[in-house]
Ligand binder design. Structure first.
Ligand code: ADP
Length: 191
C-alpha cells in the first residue's frame, strides 16, 4: 500500500492538492475536516460535540478523530492506499494511526509537508471564507487561533515522522499546478 500524509498549516492547500492527488494515484482521501463537517451537517452527536471546538478554531479531541479514522480505514478494506489530509494533527493521533496501520499490516510511506508563509496563509483563508461557507474562515481571530493550535500541537507531528526519516518538505507557494508537480516529483519514485 502507498499511504501518504499531506501535512501543512491551515490554508496550505492540502484540500486542493488532495483532490488532484487522489485522481492521479487512485488513493482513498481521508480528510478529518471533511468528515467532521459531514457529521455537523447531519447533526450527529459527534458533529454537535466537534462543532464547539471547530467554531473556536480549536482542535477536536483526539479520541473523536481517531475513532472516525479507524472506522474509515475499516470501511475501505480494498484500498490501494490512503491520503491522510488534516490528520494526524497531534502526536497522540500519529501514534494511534501507526497502531491502526500496523494492525492492517501496513504503514505510512511518506509525509509531504507543504511550506507556506504565515501572512499568505491568513490571506488565503480569508479569501476562501468569502465563498466556502465555512464560518471558521471568515473571522481573522479564529484563523489566527487555528494557526496557534497548529504551532502548539500539530507542528510536533512532523518531528514524530522525522524520527523515522519519513518527512519531505515541498514548496507550497506558487500556482496549483507547480505545487502539484512538486508533490508528484516526491511521490513517483516511492509508489
Ligand atoms: P484547515 O486545514 O483549513 O484548518 P480542516 O478542514 O482540516 O481545515 O479542519 C477544520 C477544523 O476541523 C480544525 O480547525 C479542527 O477544529 C478540526 N479538525 C480537523 N481535523 C482534525 C484533527 N485531526 N484533530 C483535531 N481536530 C481536527
Amino acid at each position: 500500500m502507498f499511504n501518504l500524509i499531506l501535512f501543512g498549516p491551515p490554508g496550505s492547500g492540502k484540500g486542493t492538492q488532495s483532490e488532484k492527488l487522489i485522481a492521479s494515484y487512485g488513493l482513498i482521501h481521508l480528510s478529518t475536516g471533511d468528515l467532521l463537517r459531514n457529521e455537523i451537517a447531519r447533526q450527529t452527536p459527534l458533529g454537535l460535540e466537534a462543532k464547539n471546538f471547530m467554531d473556536k478554531g480549536r482542535l477536536v479531541p483526539d479520541e473523536v478523530v481517531i475513532g472516525m479514522i479507524s472506522s474509515a480505514l475499516d470501511n475501505n478494506p480494498n484500498a490501494k492506499g490512503f491520503l491522510f489530509d488534516g490528520f494526524p494533527r497531534t502526536a497522540a493521533q500519529a501514534e494511534a494511526l501507526d497502531k491502526l496501520l500496523t494492525l492492517k499490516q501496513t504503514s505510512i510511506t511518506v509525509m509531504l509537508a507543504l511550506e507556506v508563509g504565515e501572512e499568505e496563509l491568513v490571506q488565503r483563508l480569508l479569501k476562501r471564507g468569502k465563498t466556502s461557507g465555512r464560518s471558521d474562515d471568515t473571522n481573522e481571530a479564529i484563523i489566527r487561533e487555528r494557526i496557534v493550535e497548529y504551532h502548539n500541537k500539530t507542528a510536533a507531528v512532523a518531528d514524530y515522522y522525522l524520527k523515522f526519516n519519513k518527512v519531505v518538505m515541498v514548496k507550497g507557494e506558487g500556482s496549483v499546478d507547480e505545487i502539484f508537480a512538486g508533490l508528484c516529483k516526491e511521490i513517483d519514485p516511492r509508489v
